[in-house]
Design a protein around this ligand. Structure first.
Ligand code: IPE
Ligand code: IPE
Ligand code: MG
Length: 250
């Protein structure tokens, strides 16, 4: 009961207990550029392939019954990339959101954005607003897209907002708790990620969910994001289910 079994080959079998899924999985969608380079293709082809993987994994997360999926799509540091690469990533996001809006009534997936959306093009900004607006009516799986997101930037913004509340007499620094500060972050109301997955072989967080990852379980794989499959997600979930989470206790 509640076991998701899939035969990958004769020797390997991934078993995930669907009754004990993490509530919140976060993914650093990395490795698109290397995937393209290995095929002698331009980096933007890697981003297009990565966008396909995102579609597949977001749908699968919903089918599995995950409550929250948060993906790192574009960091505050990714603006350093060549202009045409940034343009192609933004173009793919627009395309994705257009399609998502058409499908939302059927999928009932809730979408939210973490990040400073103000530097985005008016078209992209409008699509983000529309998806968030439509999402208000849904209560299914919530997909958070981190767009122009940086963990440090998020914390600094939170600190500024809190300071403003103090100056206006709405908050008191003597009464601030970690839980209350969490409400000043993009992730307000969303539980911390239980599991953070980073494909592509890099062993770092790259400014992702710095506050929220305090007790997240980390899972790294060499698979590049465009090659990440449902099976890879199941492997990560199975690995997570063998972890012992102690939060500093015994
Ligand atoms: C992740 O893939 C996508 C973004 C950061 C937008 P990369 O483009 O970083 O791929 P690699 O790390 O160069 O392979
Ligand atoms: C992290 O990947 C950001 C996203 C996947 C959106 P990067 O490719 O930007 O991270 P670094 O530069 O390898 O640390
Ligand atoms: Mg990268």
């Amino acid at each position: 009961m509640g076991l998701w079994k899939r035969r990958t080959d004769r020797r390997q079998r991934v078993q995930v207990d669907l009754e004990r899924l993490p509530r919140h999985v976060a993914i650093i969608m990395d490795g698109n550029g290397r995937w393209a380079k290995r095929r002698g293709m331009p980096r933007k082809a890697g981003h297009a392939a990565g966008a396909e993987t995102f579609r597949t994994i977001a749908t699968f997360a919903k089918e599995l019954g995950l409550e929250y999926l948060t993906v790192y799509a574009f960091s505050t540091e990714n603006w350093k990339r060549p202009e045409d690469e940034v343009r192609s990533i933004m173009g793919l996001l627009e395309k994705y959101l257009h399609e998502a809006i058409d499908r939302m009534a059927r999928d009932r997936v809730k979408m939210a954005f973490f990040g400073d959306l103000s530097p985005l093009s008016p078209e992209l900004l409008d699509l983000c607003r529309q998806t968030q607006e439509i999402s208000k009516g849904y209560d299914g799986c919530q997909v958070n897209i981190c767009l122009n997101y940086g963990g440090r930037d998020e914390i600094v913004r939170g600190v500024k907002a809190f300071a403003r509340d103090c100056m206006a007499g709405r908050a008191d620094p003597n009464h601030l708790t970690a839980a209350a500060f969490g409400n000043y972050l993009y992730s307000a109301g969303v539980p911390d990620p239980d599991l953070i997955i980073r494909p592509s072989g890099e062993l770092r967080l790259s400014n992702f969910l710095l506050w929220q990852s305090a007790y997240s379980e980390l899972y790294f794989t060499d698979v590049l994001w465009p090659d990440f499959t449902k099976e890879e997600l199941l492997k990560a979930l199975a690995d997570y289910q063998h972890r012992s989470r102690r939060y500093g206790g015994v």
